[in-house]
Design a protein around this ligand. Structure first.
Ligand code: NDP
Ligand code: 2IT
Length: 449
């Protein structure tokens, strides 16, 4: 895909102003590749530097996070919060704790989040944050002290009407709890809606934990229904074994798919009898151990360490990359296509490289981009905010059913927008344009700010 000449100059300026930010460049380029068709129909979107403003975060906060380990040694990490766009609502997006975190990664995630949140149709702007802190092999006490130190700076920048963080890689319910506690202590306010993904005992929403993985599978279901078929009986491979992967596996299994393989950063397991999800949860959620432990219990399964192979070599009908960015390359796409893959849906953010996406497009594979397929998590965060604002609590089914409707609407918006803009079945184009128009309209209405 190429960038329309009317947009080429804008993109070049953005890339030059943000040197060395490879992931941000990748995310921006992908959106620009879709926008040519919009500005051809609506040249007014080129006025008032609207697209240039959309690409420049409203605010970027970078801060020092000092903390003390169990041996009394002091460490310093870097904290980030990029408040990207609040035209549609308070900044909303997760916090990622992983040693790879840098400004480029947080900006790519924040940029994607703007369009994703717009697609949900709910009143949430886009933001993202995190730290290069590595929680692996750290004690509970160390992680708690880190979370408290992180929040001791972040608290002055967030609020239920300003910016509402949640989890992402390395940040789950436990970490959100520690950060919420510190926020409450520092502000002397029980402001439930300042964070989402909270525990159920202090303002969390039922079904938020499940929402991203479930939502991704609902999206796949909608795509397949449109083709007159279903998930049932399909061989499915899911990368990762964290929050998104586990609940994608759970929902896909409930709908009759056969899950053959999953992974973590140490390698992947293949179980032709079907992945034992209870065992994966025990290993990853309870023991917080490595996925290789799976074969100690399931003797017929195999474990392949990273370096010896990649999970996408396992033949499947449905591939759900649910681990991290750029985990599925053109080489992997080639193998998947050769092995007859029918659907690829991104549970993670930007897991497929641009040339992998292009390969799927050329081969006519049903491809769901992350900003549409994984929007169920943030959508349910917005439902948690609604419950907090009204001091209410909904049942699991009430929340899950709303998630189902939201995912169906996102699917239909993407499908209909792709058709309207001349590329039926192109969910990448549909998601980018569908999200862009909602944000662009709100930005235009609110003037040059
Ligand atoms: P978790 O921390 O719960 O799980 C992450 C999983 O991915 C783990 O299995 C982890 O392995 C693996 N992983 C992480 N980094 C790498 C890496 N560099 N190489 C290989 N494997 C890796 O995170 P989530 O499940 O929450 O997030 C997964 C993806 O989904 C991310 O892209 C995130 O941005 C996206 N996402 C998350 C949402 C949410 O609600 N949580 C919502 C929408 C998108 P290991 O255990 O070895 O670290
Ligand atoms: O990437 C994402 O959408 C998330 N990590 C969830 C963000 C949220 O605010 O629930």
């Amino acid at each position: 895909m190429t960038v329309d000449e009317k947009l080429d100059g804008i993109l070049s300026t953005i890339l030059a102003r943000n040197p060395g930010e490879a992931e941000f460049h990748q995310a921006a380029r992908e959106v620009f590749e879709s926008l040519g068709r919009v500005v051809a129909k609506r040249p007014d979107y080129l006025e008032d530097a609207l697209i240039d403003r959309l690409c420049e975060p409203e605010r970027q906060i970078i801060f020092r996070v000092p903390w003390t380990d169990d041996k009394g040694q002091v460490h310093v990490n870097r904290g980030f919060r990029v408040q990207y766009n609040s035209a549609l609502g308070p900044y909303k997006g997760g916090l990622r704790f992983h040693p790879s975190v840098n400004l480029s990664i947080i900006k790519f995630l924040g940029f994607e989040q703007i369009f994703k949140n717009a697609l949900t149709g709910l009143p949430i702007g886009g933001g993202k944050g995190g730290s290069d802190f590595d929680p692996k092999d750290r004690s509970d006490g160390e992680i708690m002290r880190f979370c408290q130190s992180f929040m001791t700076e972040l608290f002055r920048h967030i609020g239920d009407k300003t910016d509402v963080p949640a989890g992402d890689i390395g940040v789950g319910g436990r970490e959100v709890g520690w950060m919420f506690g510190q926020y409450r202590r520092l502000t002397n306010r029980f402001e439930a809606g300042v964070l989402t993904g909270k525990g159920l005992s202090y303002g969390g929403s039922l079904a938020r934990t499940e929402a991203t993985g479930y939502g991704t599978v609902y999206f796949v279901q909608s795509m397949l229904e449109r083709q007159g078929t279903s998930i049932e009986g399909h061989r499915t491979v899911v990368s990762g074994s964290g929050n998104v992967a586990i609940y994608a596996m759970e929902k896909a299994m409930k709908l009759g798919a056969r899950i053959i393989a999953c992974s973590d950063s140490s390698g992947y397991v293949v179980d032709e009898e079907g992945i034992d999800l209870d065992l994966v949860r025990e290993i990853k959620e309870v023991r917080r151990a490595r996925i290789g432990d799976y074969v100690k219990t399931r003797k017929d399964a195999t474990f392949i360490a990273t370096g010896k192979g990649v999970i996408w070599d396992v033949p499947c009908d449905i591939a759900l990359p649910c681990a991290t960015q750029n985990e599925l390359t053109a080489r992997d796409a080639g193998v998947l296509i050769k092995n007859g893959v029918r659907v690829v849906a991104e549970g993670a953010n930007m897991p497929c490289t641009p040339d992998a996406v292009e390969a799927f497009r050329k081969a006519g594979i049903l491809f769901a981009p992350g900003k549409a397929a994984n929007a169920g998590g943030v959508a349910t965060s917005a439902l948690e905010m609604q419950q907090n604002a009204s001091r209410d609590r909904w049942t699991f089914d009430q929340t899950k059913d709303r998630l189902g409707v939201i995912m169906r609407n996102i699917h239909d918006t993407c499908a209909e927008t792709a058709e309207e803009y001349g590329e039926p079945g192109d969910y990448v184009l549909g998601a980018n344009i569908g999200g862009f128009i909602r944000v662009a309209e709100a930005m235009r209405a609110q003037g040059v700010i």
